[in-house]
Design a protein around this ligand. Structure first.
Ligand SMILES: CC(C)(COP(=O)(O)OP(=O)(O)OC[C@H]1O[C@@H](n2cnc3c(N)ncnc32)[C@H](O)[C@@H]1OP(=O)(O)O)[C@@H](O)C(=O)NCCC(=O)NCCS
Length: 165
């Protein structure tokens, strides 16, 4: 697919993002209903508490439609470590560089906030093979594998990217 207009990025969180994130997370086909509810709750928490929620967002928009997003924030009790809690791009907009640009924007914001280590956790199941390829292409390395973390046979992989400067 060729984009009819450039992707725009915003950090402001709008009430309409509650449904936008629900649609996005559902469209991936990757997440359970429980996981989708958690993704939506983080938007609601941010709307209710602002930045005190600890949740930051980037939204990617195309023709006024949210086509991707990241949710990230500082990890409590660490000096400068951040978690990327969620990243998702609408099915029709995958492999167009949207995810990579969202992650770049996220990394820039984390750097501006003083973050030095960025962590992303994902399942080590074969379903997430492409996702892990994406993280590697974006410069993240696999730091740890927690056996049977999610369920028997479903390990958790922890990826990290360290800011050198
Ligand atoms: C993972 C995801 C966010 C990637 O977004 P995207 O917009 O499709 O990725 P991009 O087009 O920006 O790709 C960036 C790089 O990763 C690589 N990549 C992306 N998808 C890939 C795939 N399926 N297989 C191998 N490499 C892949 C691209 O080749 C690209 O490399 P390049 O810059 O050298 O060309 C998206 O596929 C997605 O939403 N997946 C489902 C949800 C998910 O897994 N979320 C993460 C778990 S919480």
């Amino acid at each position: 697919m060729k984009l009819s207009e450039p992707i725009r990025f915003r950090e402001e969180v709008l009430p309409s993002d509650v449904e936008a994130v629900r649609e996005l997370a559902t469209s991936t086909g990757f997440f359970s209903q429980e996981e989708i509810s958690v993704a939506v709750e983080l938007v609601q928490e941010r709307l209710a508490k602002g930045l005190h929620s600890g949740y930051h967002f980037f939204f990617a928009e195309h023709e006024d439609r949210v086509v991707g997003y990241t949710c990230f924030g500082p990890i409590a009790c660490t000096v400068a470590s951040y978690d990327v809690y969620w990243i998702a791009v609408l099915d029709d907009f995958r492999r167009l560089g949207v995810g990579k640009r969202l992650l770049e924007k996220t990394e820039e914001r984390i750097a501006a906030l003083g973050g030095k280590r960025i962590y992303i956790e994902t399942s080590d199941r074969s379903q997430y093979h492409a996702t892990r390829g994406f993280y590697r292409r974006c410069g993240f390395t696999k730091e740890a594998v927690l056996k049977d973390f999610y369920a028997p046979g479903d390990d958790k992989a922890v990826y990290v990217k360290v800011r050198m400067l």
